[in-house]
Design a protein around this ligand. Structure first.
Ligand SMILES: Cc1cc2nc3c(=O)[nH]c(=O)nc-3n(C[C@H](O)[C@H](O)[C@H](O)COP(=O)(O)O)c2cc1C
Length: 267
């Protein structure tokens, strides 16, 4: 399939939300976009029994449905001093207090991925966020190289010494976290007993953030960051426009909500 070239002209901007005048209780079919969305339901539903589904198909379905996923670009070091770099999109923040992130490594039938082996060796590791200008370099490190291969050597990326952990951080990444293992939780397949996956909880000790990415509140500005996410199959996601939608506050909305509940017979 031939694809159009990547457009470098698309820049993230902050916009209103899709239905900025939405009010409590308003149904989805009250907008043209909502109506069109609901039309699709006419084709019906496919229900998948996960225990009966082929696990490769389940993998493909789940990674295409649970999207977009952030990507942890993880730099580790082995006990022998061999550095390793690979992307992992079963990744998220768990809590800021204490600062903990999670990611999961699927395990091969014979041996663990280098990342899984290295993150438990006590030497620490870095988790770096990938931005559009170096996605090809980052993607190259997911190569199924033999164990102990140092993917840095083919990536074109630059090792920057960390201040606390032995592993390097990715210099090109505008947001890097120096991490220590908090907990490794092995996930066992109930039928075979195999440890198919390991969930890693990591404690973030230091964060390196490029100053040009920060807004006036000291937070990362999505319009500058160009962070990349993961979709299904071999697809990646760019951020695109970011719409602003405040979280409702009960004390401000209570009267409106009570009015709606009274009008719809819920009170
Ligand atoms: C964008 C992207 C996301 C990935 N996410 C994961 C993941 O969450 N878990 C996993 O086990 N493998 C994931 N992989 C595959 C690993 O990156 C790949 O197996 C890599 O070779 C592991 O390297 P290592 O053996 O050096 O640790 C992903 C690959 C890509 C390209």
């Amino acid at each position: 399939m031939s694809l159009p070239p990547f457009s470098h002209d698309v820049n993230t901007q902050y916009t209103e939300s899709p239905n900025a005048s939405w009010s409590f209780g308003q149904k989805v079919d009250t907008t043209a976009a909502g109506k069109e969305w609901l039309e699709g339901e006419k084709e019906g539903w496919k229900i998948i029994d996960t225990e009966k589904e082929d696990h490769i198909k389940l993998y493909q379905l789940m990674i295409s449905g649970i999207v977009p996923r952030p990507i942890a670009f993880i730099a580790t070091i082995s006990e022998d001093g061999i550095e390793n770099l690979a992307p992992f999109s079963w990744f998220n923040m768990v809590t800021h207090n204490p600062p903990i992130i999670s990611f999961a490594c699927s395990n091969g039938p014979v041996h663990f991925k280098d990342t899984r082996t290295n993150v438990t060796n006590g030497l620490g590791f870095t988790v770096n966020i990938i931005s559009e200008p170096f996605i090809e370099q980052a993607n190259s490190t997911s190569i199924d190289a033999p164990p102990s291969f140092d993917e840095w050597s083919i990536s074109g990326l630059t090792k920057e010494p960390a201040i606390h952990v032995k592993a390097s951080r990715v210099k090109e990444s505008a947001f890097s976290m120096e991490c220590e293992l908090h907990q490794a939780i092995d996930i066992t397949q109930p039928t075979t007993g195999a440890i198919t996956t390991t969930l890693i909880l990591a404690r973030v000790k230091y964060i390196h953030v490029r100053k040009d990415m920060l807004n006036e509140r000291g937070n990362v500005d999505a319009t500058k960051f160009k962070a990349v996410g993961r979709l299904g199959d071999i697809s990646y996601a760019r951020v695109g426009d970011a719409f602003r939608l405040p979280r409702p506050i009960w004390t401000q909305e209570e009267d409106k909500i009570n009015g709606l509940l009274a009008a719809t017979g819920h009170l």
